[in-house]
Ligand binder design. Structure first.
Ligand code: NI
Length: 178
């Protein structure tokens, strides 16, 4: 397996609307294995195909309870209230910011065999699904913030880049990245 390069803010692939996934074949399974390894190595709790430069509608995730999972062509419906929690993104390395999301969602998508599955998760898993589904539409969590939030994230990003240049470190503080 291979650790893939994670694309970061400024890479146009992160801003494209990804194409529907049509082929559930062996080459997809190999790419998904690499994405799982890349997600765990980061470490992160979710990774969408555009984040590794593949403009296709699927992502991998593991909220710590689910184990390694895959979902393609998701259709997501927010169904319950709002949760505001710190969110970060592997494609915006360093910053975290309190981000509003639906507390509960209904999501339908395809597994690695192409079979349709449906779930109605709450909390952290609902947050991961909303974050990853946004990636497939070319959206990042900073687009869900107000101007103050976006500016704070960009400030954190600059500070993180300076720190990394000096120390070569990549601190996540044990927080979840997607
Ligand atoms: Ni992300």
């Amino acid at each position: 397996m291979t650790i893939l390069r994670i694309r970061t803010l400024g890479d146009p692939v992160l801003r494209e609307r990804a194409r529907p996934l049509e082929r559930f074949d062996a080459s997809l399974r190999r790419l998904v294995d690499d994405m799982m390894e890349t997600m765990y190595e980061a470490p992160g709790v979710g990774l969408a195909a555009p984040q590794v430069g593949v403009s296709s509608r699927f992502f991998v995730y593991d909220d710590g309870d689910t184990g390694p999972r895959f979902l393609a062509n998701p259709e997501l419906l927010p169904i319950k209230k709002e949760q505001v929690k710190e969110e970060g993104c592997l494609s915006i390395p360093g910053p975290f910011y309190e981000t509003p999301r639906a507390l509960k969602v209904k999501i339908r998508g395809q597994d690695l065999g192409g079979r349709w599955v449906e779930m109605s998760p709450e909390g952290q898993l609902a947050r991961i699904f909303q974050h990853e589904a946004d990636h497939l539409d070319g959206m990042l969590y900073i687009d869900r913030l107000d101007e103050v939030g976006r500016r704070d994230v960009m400030r954190q990003l600059r500070e993180h880049e300076l720190t990394r240049e000096m120390k070569g470190s990549h601190p996540s503080g044990g927080r979840s990245l997607t």
